[in-house]
Write a protein that binds this ligand. Structure first.
Ligand code: BES
Ligand code: MN
Ligand code: MN
Length: 490
């Protein structure tokens, strides 16, 4: 059943208000979850969403997830425990005759600073003459979240009944490893009838992107991730390299040596057994050949040719199908410009491994830690080494041929007049796995992206195209109607 034309028309005729009102208001709030100094902004963002939901007649709850913890200790801000932002829940509809759809987005964002090279103030949504809407969170994940609010507003103001019961779960800590979320979901889902999740038939996660800049997709997999901090410490304080170079073991030298043993410049991970269980099945490669993507799509985003492989399927599989290891940075290393000849006394290398089914974060963490310890022993350095994980998420893959995917594909066709590609994400959305496991195999989960591949989530000049924000809002609505009309089957 296609969405009613009043709904689609409402979205079109209110596009300017959605952009200059709602999305602009949302982007204005620097809800940076990684920065305790912005915690109040993050909390305020959640409460703003709660108000919006209530104005459309939804029942809401702000779940207090308690104080932020670190290694079993309460994190303090001044004299007060640092509160986690609320999990904002919203419910519309209790009709047992209707299906029930659970929607997830996050309202926190990555940091952003004009100094990093933004063209416009990251907290002031700015539309260009070619209709890109620039601002932090525009695509990750405030645009999609506002898209759902647009759907609710349109239904209220057009006096349309929602075709399904809706359950919204909006999180404010996603960019900080979703602290508190999994425990809450798992505990709630264990209650009789799955508690707050009672009756949920399917889950729609709107927190990813198209594979390219042209065509919509549906996503049936995400990679997991394990992030590591590798610390090497030596002398008590930084030393002058003229006075001590040539006399002492240097933490940076040790660290760079070990980091060089993790991954080769051709992208190959050097840790033994890390690819175990991930070999290709016959015919799999061909699936990747079919996707609407070329090496030029990559070049367009990276600005120059930096591809690891010269064929499309290998590139796509590098991101979607196989683990990868990236080196992110070194804390404590001297990084200012100019000439300073210091020997840093303690440095922490940061790297992460993206993992795929059937790999498990704990198993990969052990593999990596054992390997690093072994490499460290070989160095026979007099420094000290420790390695810890700083975040993790499980990988996920779903059946992309069930009733739910069919409904989402139909909706996509109605809005974009093209069949969506079926993709797996290279990025990680750990809550996908949590919902899937907690709600059981009768509940189908998918990711329904709004933005494009070149939106620049986490980067400078993050944007969403007007066409995607408006088209995506229509798509979310159309999806609800197709879900309502579908017959549940596996
Ligand atoms: N929206 C992203 C996830 C994502 C990234 C989807 C790339 C598709 C492509 C999400 O907000 C995110 O940044 N996730 C983190 C997870 C981590 C904090 C556990 C990621 O992937 O690094
Ligand atoms: Mn996101
Ligand atoms: Mn993100």
């Amino acid at each position: 059943m296609p969405a009613p034309s009043e709904f689609l028309t409402y979205i079109d005729t209110h596009a300017d208000q959605f952009i200059n009102g709602r999305l602009t208001e949302a982007v204005k709030k620097p809800s940076i979850s990684t920065d305790p100094n912005h915690r109040q902004d993050d909390i305020d963002m959640g409460l703003w969403i709660k108000d919006q939901l209530e104005s459309f007649g939804l029942t809401t709850t702000a779940i207090d997830l308690g104080p932020q913890m670190n290694d079993g200790q309460t994190v303090m801000k001044g004299d007060e425990p640092l509160q986690l932002p609320y999990l904002i829940l919203g419910r519309a509809g209790e009709d047992p005759e209707k299906k029930t759809v659970l929607v997830y987005c996050h309202y926190d964002v990555q940091p952003a600073d004009m100094k990093d090279g933004w063209k416009y103030d990251p907290w002031t949504l700015t539309e260009t003459s070619t209709h890109q809407l620039y601002g932090r969170g525009s695509t990750d994940d405030k645009g999609p979240l506002c898209g759902w609010l647009n759907v609710l507003e349109a239904h209220k103001n057009c006096n349309l009944d929602l075709p399904v019961n809706l359950r919204f779960c909006f999180e404010g800590m996603e960019e900080s490893d979703s602290e508190g979320l999994d425990n809450w979901i798992i505990a709630e889902a264990k209650k009789p009838n799955h508690g707050w999740f009672a009756g949920v038939n399917c889950v729609c996660i709107t927190d990813n992107y198209w594979l390219n800049t042209r065509s919509p997709c549906l996503t049936y997999g995400v990679r997991g991730v394990v992030a590591f901090d590798l610390n090497i410490a030596g002398p008590q304080a930084d030393l002058h390299s003229g006075l001590f170079g040539g006399m002492v073991y240097e933490p940076m030298t040790d660290l760079v040596h070990i980091m060089s043993k993790l991954v080769a410049p051709n992208g190959r991970i050097l840790i033994p057994n890390i690819y175990d269980g991930t070999s290709l099945q016959p015919g799999e490669k061909e699936e990747y050949e079919k996707l609407d993507w070329t090496l030029d799509d990559l070049k367009e985003i990276t600005g120059t040719d930096v591809a690891l492989y010269d064929d499309k399927a290998s590139e796509l599989m590098g991101r979607m199908r196989f683990p990868s290891l990236s080196l992110h940075g070194i804390n404590g290393a001297y990084s200012d410009s100019g000439f300073k000849t210091v020997i840093p006394h303690s440095v922490t290398g940061k790297f992460s491994v993206r993992i795929v089914p059937p790999q498990d974060p704990k198993q990969i963490a052990k593999l990596v830690e054992d390997y690093v310890k072994q490499e460290w022993a070989l160095l026979q350095s007099k420094g000290s080494m420790s390695i810890t994980t700083s975040g993790e998420g499980k990988p996920w893959i779903a059946n992309n041929q069930d009733w739910h995917f069919s409904a989402a594909a139909k909706a996509t066709y109605e809005i974009y007049q093209t069949q969506p590609d079926l993709t797996r994400e290279g990025g990680s959305v750990p809550v996908t796995v949590t919902f899937s496991e907690a709600l059981g195999s009768n509940v189908s989960v998918l990711l329904l992206p709004m933005g494009r591949s070149d939106d620049g989530a986490h980067s400078t000049n993050e944007k969403i195209d007007r066409a995607n924000f408006i088209g995506g809002s229509k798509l979310f609505g159309a999806y609800l109607y197709e879900v309502a009309a579908a017959t549940i089957s596996s």
